[in-house]
Design a protein around this ligand. Structure first.
Ligand code: AMP
Length: 278
């Protein structure tokens, strides 16, 4: 896989908007939203799926399939392989801990998230694997942050002083700091679940799309799937608005005009320092 320090999605398309869906052919009468929903979606034959998979493999946006097909080639990046998924570290992490869970099912991995997770059995499997991955992410976050954390310090000191287990102070729950979900309109072709800490503390957070895609309804928690037919998070226009809206701090809720990204970054830095100490 090509080595680059920039997310290729940003190099190819630095604009924050999702490409508009292809216009309906002029000869066809435009369907209303209800007709659109009720129209059966074309099912791919096995051979069509294979040729689509081959075409996508050759593009930057198809790069994630390499981890699925050849996990052994990425020993520093692949954390876990199961019959259903491959868990990797995100190459351009947008937070202190940022992992991607890649489903291996060829039947599902080129579908959009809301289509793939309409399959209840598949969703159940991916939820279970995401729950394990979130625990792993939480323990890595704990390793990195607990040396600064007041609650962790209090608990560790109590343990060192032999306080009985059921009397130990609660300590910090790092699992609560982990988010699990998908971008409503992903830039990478193969289905991937983001598992990341909430802090957005990363030099890779470089523009508004990076921030808003994780801190608006553009980020769809895995637990919210399957999405209802009327769920507005399916709508391209709604999601484009989310990517371009004013910033809201993930921690204190303070708002920053969308043109003030540098101010947001400074604020995130301060919030991170405080958050570490909790
Ligand atoms: P999205 O498709 O917007 O949901 O996010 C794609 C994610 O994949 C981003 O968080 C990128 O940083 C990450 N990414 C892009 N290319 C690669 C790659 N070749 N290896 C690992 N992660 C990648």
């Amino acid at each position: 896989m090509a080595e680059t320090t920039e997310d290729p999605a940003d190099l190819v398309d630095p604009s924050p908007s999702i490409p508009a869906p292809a216009p309906a052919p002029s000869s066809t009468k435009r369907k209303n939203a209800f007709e659109e929903l009720m129209t059966p979606k074309p099912k791919l034959s096995n051979s069509a799926r294979k040729s689509l998979a081959k075409e996508k493999r050759g593009r930057w946006s198809g790069a994630l399939v390499e981890y699925i097909n050849h996990p052994d080639r990425f020993p520093g990046q692949v954390l876990c392989v199961t019959p259903h998924t491959v868990l990797i570290k995100d190459s351009y992490p947008k937070a202190t801990v940022h992992l991607l869970l890649l489903p291996r099912s060829e039947k599902h991995y080129l579908l959009r998230p809301h289509e793939a997770f309409a399959d209840a059995e598949f969703l159940k499997i991916i939820r279970e694997e995401a729950a394990s991955a979130a625990k792993l992410a939480a323990s890595e976050l704990e390793r990195l942050i607990s040396p600064f954390s007041a609650k962790s310090k209090e608990r560790n000191e109590a343990m060192d002083n032999g306080v009985p287990f059921d009397e130990l102070p609660a300590g910090r729950d790092f699992l609560k700091e982990i988010k699990v979900g998908l971008h409503a309109h992903p830039s990478m072709d193969h289905l991937h679940v983001h598992i990341l800490s909430r802090d957005m503390h990363s030099e890779k957070v470089k523009h508004k799309k990076h921030y808003n895609s994780f801190n608006t309804e553009f980020f769809v928690p895995l637990e919210d799937y399957p999405l209802g037919d009327e769920d507005r998070r399916r709508e391209t226009q709604f999601q484009n608005e989310n990517l371009g809206r004013d910033f809201r701090c993930w921690r204190c809720g303070r708002e920053f005009p969308v043109g003030k990204f540098a101010d947001l970054k400074r604020h995130l830095e301060e919030e991170f320092e405080e958050w570490k100490l909790e």
